[in-house]
Design a binder for this molecule. Structure first.
Ligand SMILES: Cc1cc2nc3c(=O)[nH]c(=O)nc-3n(C[C@H](O)[C@H](O)[C@H](O)COP(=O)(O)OP(=O)(O)OC[C@H]3O[C@@H](n4cnc5c(N)ncnc54)[C@H](O)[C@@H]3O)c2cc1C
Length: 513
């Protein structure tokens, strides 16, 4: 039921209209908050479906989920829980707790460790693996506990643009319990920090606990959320999760136009006034928000005319997350008792595209009944790869298809010792390359989460406006490094908070439980 919600006719309807480019999570969140604050909101989406990278698709009897794995802050007590209520993601839906973040199998040492939510057990298991690193493990676990008492997303409630002079001080106070771990060695990338451990197996698995480039404190944060039972599984798929947002947006009176690719943002006297679609149609609005790819928005849709040196530098020199090859198998097997996420550290490296791979994550969709018929399971392998290789290969379609098949066969050969018989149990194969991601989202070089969440990127303040351009804002994973559900939602909320302030209105929200 709506709590405090108003029907469209009851809104203090301002005459102002907003066009939002992109029906990904950020675009949908922007749209919902726009409606809650009386702006007319239209989302123009390139694809025929909403969700952007949060995408699931039917393939025969299987539902292949190529998106979000866990929802951070899905229980009361977390700041983003309130945002989820506002956006209606709990409406007729529940998200079971994730209790095991990841099972690591190290083929080199033959060791296996589960990153579970019981921190005492985790600490014991890590020390059993690496007794020589006991002191360093104690410090690591103390870091996790410090983050248990720091709600990082709580810091995002006020956009930096509105935080005022005391904003940074307030943030420091908010982070006081974890400050020691946010700087110094724990701010080094996983790969570098891990070198401090003596045990080679521990080094390998901490490098891959999230992504090698993230700062080590990010792992502490993830494990603290797990220990606080603040990670929920999308047991009905990310498609269903996206549906909850679309329902909320529609319920608030918003409009989504699919198959509507924006080709240009129309600017008059340095004010964004509308968009031109690929089919030549023009649409005008008072405010334009882009929640699509950053490179495309800034350098193509706006012709690169509104950039500072910092923005130029970012788009020229910063790394974005390398794209994925996603192999999904429909398997006649139930994988009961297996962790939904496993990481295989390989003894013999393998090659995917131009990348040499020393390990890969496996997602096992055994935690919901929407993914596969009874007794069957979607089993997914994700390879970090490179854009250029797959893009060039696509010029020669038979070679492109042959390479996809080769990667599949090699993946199954690597899996067979761990899941004997799996190859013969596969009854469906689905392969998505970086080009697939690009086709569905227009994301630069098939990036799946925007900027690489390096220590530098995570500390940079991104503004949601461009210098010299009025009536234009950006939301989504290109203004919140590393992306993720809560930051993308917050970015849309921020845009509307800023707009309300500009328009002299009190920002207001309603909830849908
Ligand atoms: C495999 C995977 C696992 C993930 N796991 C998690 C997780 O466990 N937890 C978590 O919090 N996050 C996770 N994420 C990250 C999270 O899903 C993303 O950060 C988030 O969905 C990005 O949303 P967005 O709206 O910013 O961008 P996008 O999803 O890229 O959406 C942009 C939208 O804009 C549209 N668009 C672009 N250009 C145009 C144009 N010119 N005209 C019209 N439309 C346009 C695109 O088609 C797209 O729909 C995961 C992502 C992936 C891919």
């Amino acid at each position: 039921m709506f709590a405090g919600a108003r029907s469209e006719s009851e809104f203090n309807v301002s005459e102002k209209s907003i066009i939002i480019i992109g029906a990904g999570l950020a675009g949908l969140a922007t749209g919902c908050y726009a409606r809650m604050n009386g702006y007319r909101a239209t989302i123009l989406e390139h694809h025929s479906d909403p969700g952007g990278v949060a995408k699931a698709w039917k393939h025969d009897d299987y539902l292949i989920d190529g998106g979000i794995h866990y929802l951070m802050g899905h229980r009361p007590g977390a700041a983003c829980y309130e945002i989820y209520r506002e956006l209606g993601v709990f409406h007729n839906r529940t998200y079971p707790d994730l209790t095991n973040y990841c099972d690591f199998t190290d083929e080199i040492s033959g060791q296996r460790v589960s990153f579970v939510n019981d921190l005492e057990k985790l600490s014991r298991d890590l020390k059993a693996l690496a007794p020589e690193d006991a002191a360093a493990i104690d410090d690591f676990m103390a870091g996790v506990r410090s983050f248990q008492r720091t709600d990082m997303f709580g810091m995002m409630e006020t956009p930096v643009e509105l935080a005022g002079v005391f904003g940074p001080l307030k943030q420091l106070w908010h982070l006081r319990r974890s400050l020691r771990y946010l700087g110094g060695a724990y701010n080094l990338p996983n790969k570098e920090f891990s070198e401090r451990f003596k045990n080679p197996a521990l080094r390998r698995l901490l490098t891959h606990l999230f992504l090698p480039e993230v700062p080590m404190w990010f792992n502490l944060l993830m494990l603290s959320l797990l220990a606080n039972r603040q990670m929920g599984l999308l047991a009905r798929s990310c498609h269903d999760f996206v549906d909850s947002l679309v329902e909320r947006f529609n319920g608030l009176g918003g409009e989504i136009c699919y198959n509507s690719t924006v080709k240009e943002i129309i600017v008059e006297n340095n004010r964004a006034v509308g968009v031109r679609l690929e089919n030549g149609t023009e649409r005008r609005a008072d405010v334009i928000v882009s929640a699509g790819d950053g490179t495309n928005t800034i350098f193509k849709l706006l012709g690169g005319r509104y950039v500072s040196n910092a923005i130029q530098d970012r788009y020229k020199n910063w790394k974005q997350l390398r794209p994925l090859v996603t192999l999904s198998f429909g398997v006649r097997r139930d994988f009961a008792g297996e962790s939904p996420l496993r990481f295989l550290l390989l003894k013999e490296k393998m090659t995917v595209g131009n990348e040499t791979i020393d390990g890969f994550p496996i997602r096992i969709f055994n935690y919901g009944d929407k993914f596969a018929p009874a007794g069957r399971t979607v089993f997914q392998v994700l390879f970090i790869t490179d854009w250029k290789y797959w893009k060039d290969l696509l010029q020669d379609r038979p070679r492109y298809e042959a390479e996809k098949k080769r990667v599949c066969a090699e993946a199954l050969a690597r899996l067979e010792p761990h899941y004997p018989g799996i190859t013969s149990q596969v009854e469906l194969t689905d392969i998505a390359t970086p080009h697939t991601t690009w086709r569905f989202t227009l994301n630069n070089e098939g990036a799946f989460m925007g900027w690489a969440p390096t220590p530098k990127a995570l500390r940079t303040i991104f503004r949601k406006t461009l210098p010299g351009l009025e009536n234009f804002y950006m939301a989504g994973q290109w203004v919140v490094p590393g992306g993720g559900v809560p930051p993308c939602f917050y970015s849309g909320r921020h845009v509307i908070q800023i707009l309300c302030k500009r328009d002299g209105k009190k920002f207001s929200t309603s909830v849908l439980d």
